[in-house]
Write a protein that binds this ligand. Structure first.
Ligand SMILES: C[S@@+](CC[C@H](N)C(=O)[O-])C[C@H]1O[C@@H](n2cnc3c(N)ncnc32)[C@H](O)[C@@H]1O
Length: 330
């Protein structure tokens, strides 16, 4: 076994070159930022008496990090159906000098039997099998975090799969990652709405292998109805969530926690969430020979970059105004 340090947690994992589902204890170092975000969100939104539920806990590292990096006062409960999980968690807790509750149940049974203030659904692939019980297991005003790693369905490589699994049409273009995350948000919100639960996105991120959204959970018929009014088809994609992806104050605080470029970028684009435009596609459409430097375009359009795509910008200018500026600069 190798000892690995992530944040303030120490875990023991078998040395393996390739991360796959068959690992005896599932630990994916490439998901560190996903776990970092759990820490940052809880640091800023959790109260000391919160109960934290991790239904698909893998190695348990996220739970250890929550206790060591957010607060030891939180009650953390981890679950994974893998045989031997409870014994491994006991060892892990000893190694890190913390205490967690642990279960070896199917995630849905675990979510049915417990109530939490924060639930983090981090599955292999789609979160679909767990959405219904996850939504219902979070207390009023708590936070639900949903990760999906089936990004190819959401972003349009497999449109039929997206329609079947997420009830919306994706679109494969430069804006596909934003479209995909908005499709996932709507699906999750629909599951919430059927239980009169409103799910408002507080923070969203799209990475190569996953998308993750943190929702504020509110038990309110009125608010659930308001959420549904913000589902639309945009540019032939969707229906999807057309509301905000971020709570700007939270995005600013998260950016101060780390110097990761993507988190800085998100804080900037979260400010007023201007519309995304694909500069490359637009330039091609209008036969612009040389695309001007992005910095120049951003200055004249009062725009920002977006973490969803290197080829897109966010601006309040219309497509016509934007192409005029691009043409002027080229
Ligand atoms: C992607 S890993 C979780 C990674 C972990 N959340 C982390 O932060 O490192 C998914 C985990 O879910 C577990 N799992 C898969 N299906 C499950 C189910 N139906 N109920 C409970 N655990 C399940 C697997 O054993 C695996 O450890």
């Amino acid at each position: 076994m190798n000892q690995v340090k992530e944040g303030k947690a120490i875990i023991e994992v078998e040395p393996k070159e390739i991360v796959d589902k068959k690992m005896p204890i599932f630990y994916n170092p490439h998901m560190k930022l996903n776990r970092d975000l759990t820490i940052y969100v809880l640091k800023h939104l959790a109260k000391d008496d919160w109960k934290i539920g991790l239904p698909l806990a893998g190695s348990g590292v996220r739970g250890i990090r929550i206790l060591k990096e957010v607060s030891k006062k939180l009650e953390v409960t981890v679950n994974d159906k893998r045989r031997g999980f409870i014994d491994d968690v006991l060892k892990l807790c000893k190694l890190n000098d913390v205490e967690m509750n642990s279960f070896e149940l199917d995630a849905n049974l675990f979510l049915l039997q417990n109530k939490f203030d924060y639930v983090d659904v981090d599955p292999f692939g789609s979160p679909n099998p767990f959405l219904d019980l996850a939504v219902r297991s979070v207390r009023n005003k708590g936070i639900l975090a949903i990760t999906a790693t089936d990004t190819s369905s959401l972003s349009g490589t497999y449109p039929k799969a997206c329609i079947r699994k997420y009830w919306a049409k994706p679109k494969k273009d430069e804006k596909m990652h934003e479209t995909g995350i908005r499709i996932l948000i709507r699906k999750t919100q629909l599951i919430g709405a059927q239980h009169s639960i409103a799910l408002t996105p507080m923070y969203s991120i799209s990475q190569i292998h996953y998308v993750k959204v943190f929702f504020r959970v509110e038990k309110s018929k009125l608010k659930a109805d308001e959420i549904l009014k913000q589902h639309e088809i945009i540019d032939e994609a969707g229906p999807l969530w057309t509301g905000k992806l971020y709570d700007f104050e939270l995005a600013k605080k998260i950016a101060l926690e780390s110097d990761e470029r993507i988190l800085q970028l998100i804080a900037v684009e979260a400010k007023d969430e201007k519309k995304i435009h694909d500069v490359h596609k637009l330039s091609k459409k209008y036969k612009v020979k040389q695309i001007p430097k992005f910095e120049k375009i951003l200055k004249l359009t009062k725009g920002t970059r977006t973490h969803f795509s290197e080829k897109c910008i966010r601006t309040n200018k219309t497509e016509k105004e934007l192409i005029k500026i691009i043409q002027q600069l080229s």
